[in-house]
Design a binder for this molecule. Sequence first.
Ligand SMILES: [Cu+2]
Length: 499
Amino acid sequence: MTLLRASLAAPFLLVGLSSGCGEESIDPLDGGGGSSTTGGGGEGGVPVVLPPLPDVEGIGILEDDNPDPAIVEVNLVARPNELALLDGPETALLNYNDQLPGPLLHARVGDRVIVHFTNELEEPTTIHWHGLRISDQMDGSPMIQNPVQPGETFTYDFVVPDAGTFWYHTHLHQIEQLERGLYGAIVVHEEAFPVFSAERVFVADDIRLDDDNQVSPFLTSGPDIGAGRVGNTLLVNGRTEPVSLTIPRGAIERWRFVLSSNSLYYGLRMRGADARVIATDGGLLPEPFELDRVEIAPGQRYDFEVRPQPGATEVVLEAMIFVLDENDQVVEAPFELAVAKIEGEVQTAEPAYPEVVHPPVDAAPAEEIKWALSGGVVAGQVEFTINGESVFVGDDHEHVVIDTFEPNVPVAITIRSNVSPAHPFHIHGQFFQIIARDGEPVFEPGLRDTVHVRGAEPATILSYFENPGRWMIHCHISEHSENGMMADIVVGEASAHEH
Ligand SMILES: [Cu+2]
């Protein structure tokens, strides 16, 4: 059982926000960041120093080696590692900086992030910064970046344009590299971030271990390919036990949740707390909403505002997951992910949320297109497709651009599947909003970079394609993407550097 640092029992002190950097609206069309060291500027242009970033508890943080407050400069090493996940033998994994998940990349919107990456694996790899709308040259796409070979280094260098909860992970040989642990979380704080009594991050995953606690062999046919490999052991922040912590009465906390699983999706719910969804993949919502339960697909994120209920003794975050019961029937069962004992008391000021405006979803789309997800067996090999195209990433990968978009023009895309139970479908470098399922409008507020396309229920998304470049689109189930359910789109002018 992992025990996180207990919350402060003393009354929480609000970090002073200077008047020069109070509420700011977020321009959804402004991809740029600007310096984070100074706020709006006081009288006579005197720079206003922004408050330090709050602690984010739950995962060790990447050490920032750069004294410039506007630059986060870190070192990441991917290499084989062994960790004690269960009693008995340690599990052979692949990790970033020998941690599972990899260490937390923590920045403020507008910061420049420099990652000195070293590949100490015995195979090539890249790092994808899932959800960051950065340059396609830094996106970790093996279609653009030459994969980093064993023993080689690469420097990722970009400005983070959006605040929110994101994650990073390998984008090569993903079936095995991702399952073995090459992923980590990213937290980017708003310039004038709402202040909570605590912030926590939870990264949930599952892994399939054999009787010797080793990662089970990877199968090339059957349900692992059809529906995606599912583990037999749940992991939260790299542990097989629910996260154990304490939360004081009167607390108002921000819980950031990343689902890094391969194909397992959760119904998330909370007991003992008044919880609201305050952010999705693309950051804070214009209007938080309350939940009994929210659905989360692989690759997606939610931020919750959590307030312990007056009569409760604990706050429990749990996942409803479909499992097989003893009669081999599919049933939904609850799994505790985090248990917070309510201890002590604090007084917490109401968090001041910045004004957030999302691109309108009621605008008539300039274009309505369809992406058909399909698959079959071709010459004895499973092959998944998008609009009939099958793209493989590997040593002799192909380049297939299935669509080209004008930047900042709304396009509605209906994604339909006729193969496999579901596809968590990810678009690199862009945000979109989910506007309909099976042709019916839905209430799924917030910016997304990943949409769960469930079988026989087409999902319609609306995107403004605000970030020019050449971008991958793919199912986030590794067995699907690596067997062809992957393609590229181009927004604006095609990238100058491709190979
Ligand atoms: Cu899929």
